[in-house]
Design a protein around this ligand. Structure first.
Ligand code: UD1
Ligand code: MG
Length: 462
């Protein structure tokens, strides 16, 4: 319709008291994206919306700044932030949009705590509203357990009459399974007149948006069968349900893309992660903000965040954060790797910690080592129990180990220190000075053997 303008309102001013948290409800994370961002990403796709009004109130700046940090100007040009200083109810929140939306002919209103609604459902609701030419269309669904939601009241001819909130419903109304999803389309300006009539004469003493429906004469309740996408988040229990829905969707998509996921119920992968086909993910693993190429084996029980892993690398029972790992590496079991770059064909074994380091090709750090602030060149072997002593109590100091060097077991390298190439450091040495290329370095006290010493005699005599 020419010159017919549709706007969209996201109601996001509430504190989310039932979440029992200082964090604004709409900023809770759902698989790598804040709740409101899930919704905003969907709403942006609906081309019919000329403007998107976001009503903010509780920790308004925090919510606004988060949104401003995630979207570019092109999208933000469509967004208008509307402040509701006092959270007096969803009806009061919507009324705050009035002065910003004079050019609009109708408004789609979506509670920001219903984050999984799809673009198709929003479009269907708007189209139905425009086709039926009513003053209000409420999106409804049926829930097996409708507790907490507003109930849809229909007369004997199934005509939609009103919405009654859970706290205000009588016993027979509480049995109704058709609920208000908190998503509506209202024609303007009749909405403003209806909203001006609502009163906080209910158990919560709030201005309910749902009461405005009573004052509109032509109205529809449109039943949508996909209740999963219409679940609202009011408690942390609701949040875990929503996270699980998204988690399962992510896993389903990865399986379709050819990733092999074992025990999927125990796997958490977020929306910011990309995994290529033929990689296998094993039980109990968490992967966030990361990219993993093909033929890798991840897990069981590994945690990977903000990392990139090339092809055919295996990670077993390990913790990898902010790290790049090349092809054909073997990490774990029980390695901890942080802020590090690891090249190809590297082995990092059990109880090895590597932090702020660069590890070149074909390096082996197989057991019980601490490598910090270190650069290791090609083909270096780090023996069991090697420690880079990088911290002098004030500064973190650097270690450099040249190519083809062999560091024996239980060596301490006191940084800052530079070990040349083709060096052999004898087991048990504590090295405090730079070692030149092609050198054998031994730093340990002379061994003394005293046969038949009195102390031995005592021991034998016992
Ligand atoms: C609301 C509906 C209920 C519906 C349910 C669906 C009302 C009165 N009830 O209940 O019928 O079944 O959603 O999920 O609307 N908000 C503000 N300012 C306020 C109060 C709330 O912006 O002063 C926002 C909240 O941030 C939230 C939305 O409005 O995103 C809904 O508020 P909430 O308190 O969650 O209402 P429900 O009890 O879930
Ligand atoms: Mg709610």
């Amino acid at each position: 319709m020419k010159n017919f303008k549709v706007g969209c309102v996201l109601l996001a001013a509430g504190k989310g008291t039932r979440m029992k948290s200082e964090t604004p409800k709409v900023l809770f994370d759902i698989c790598g994206k804040p709740m409101i961002v899930h919704l905003l990403d969907t709403v942006i796709k609906v081309k019919e919306f000329e403007k998107i009004y976001i009503v903010i109130g509780y920790k308004a700046d925090e919510v606004k700044n988060k949104i401003l940090s995630l979207y570019d100007h092109k999208i933000l040009n469509k967004v208008i932030f509307v402040k509701q200083d006092e959270q007096k109810g969803s009806g009061d929140a919507l009324l705050k949009v009035k002065r910003y939306s004079e050019k609009m002919n109708c408004l789609a209103v979506i509670s920001a705590d219903v984050p999984l609604i799809s673009e198709a459902t929003i479009k269907m609701l708007v189209e139905s509203h425009l086709k039926e030419k009513v003053e209000c269309t409420v999106l409804t669904t049926t829930m097996d357990n409708p507790y907490g939601y507003g109930r849809i009241i229909r007369d004997i001819s199934k005509k939609f009459i009103e919405i009654v909130e859970e706290v205000d419903a009588n016993d027979s109304q509480k049995k109704i399974k058709e609920i208000n999803t908190g998503i509506y389309v209202f024609s303007l300006p009749v909405l403003w007149k209806a909203l001006s009539k609502i009163k906080p004469d209910n158990k919560k003493k709030e201005y309910y948006l749902t009461d405005a429906v009573k004052y509109l004469t032509t109205k529809n309740a449109l039943l949508c069968s996909n209740s999963d996408e219409l679940k609202g988040v009011n408690t942390k229990e609701d949040l875990t349900e929503i996270i699980d829905i998204v988690r399962k969707r992510i896993i389903k998509k990865l399986l379709l893309d050819g990733v092999n996921i074992h025990s999927p119920d125990t796997i958490y992968i977020d929306l910011n992660t990309k995994i290529l086909q033929d990689t296998e993910i094993f039980q109990g693993s968490t992967i966030c903000n990361s990219e993993i190429k093909s033929f890798c084996k991840i897990g069981p029980f590994s945690y990977i965040d903000t990392s990139r892993i090339e092809n055919n690398t295996h990670i077993l029972y390990s913790y990898i954060v902010n790290t790049q790992i090349g092809n054909n590496c073997k990490i774990g079991p029980f390695s901890k790797i942080l802020d590090t770059k690891i090249c190809n064909n590297v082995i990092i074994g059990n109880f090895a910690e590597v932090i702020r380091s660069v590890i070149s090709d074909n390096v082996k750090i197989k057991h019980h080592s601490y490598i910090g602030d270190t650069e290791i060149e090609n083909k270096v072997n780090i023996g069991a129990g090697v420690i880079t002593c990088n911290y002098d109590g004030v500064r973190k100091n650097k270690t450099y180990i040249g190519q083809n060097t062999f560091v024996g077991s239980n060596v301490n390298l006191v940084a800052p220190i530079k070990i040349g190439k083709n060096v052999l450091i004898a087991a048990g040495s504590t090295i405090t000075k730079d070692v030149p290329d092609n050198t054998l370095a031994i730093a340990r006290t002379k061994e003394i053997f005293k046969q038949n010493h009195p102390i031995i005699k005592n021991l034998v005599g016992k």
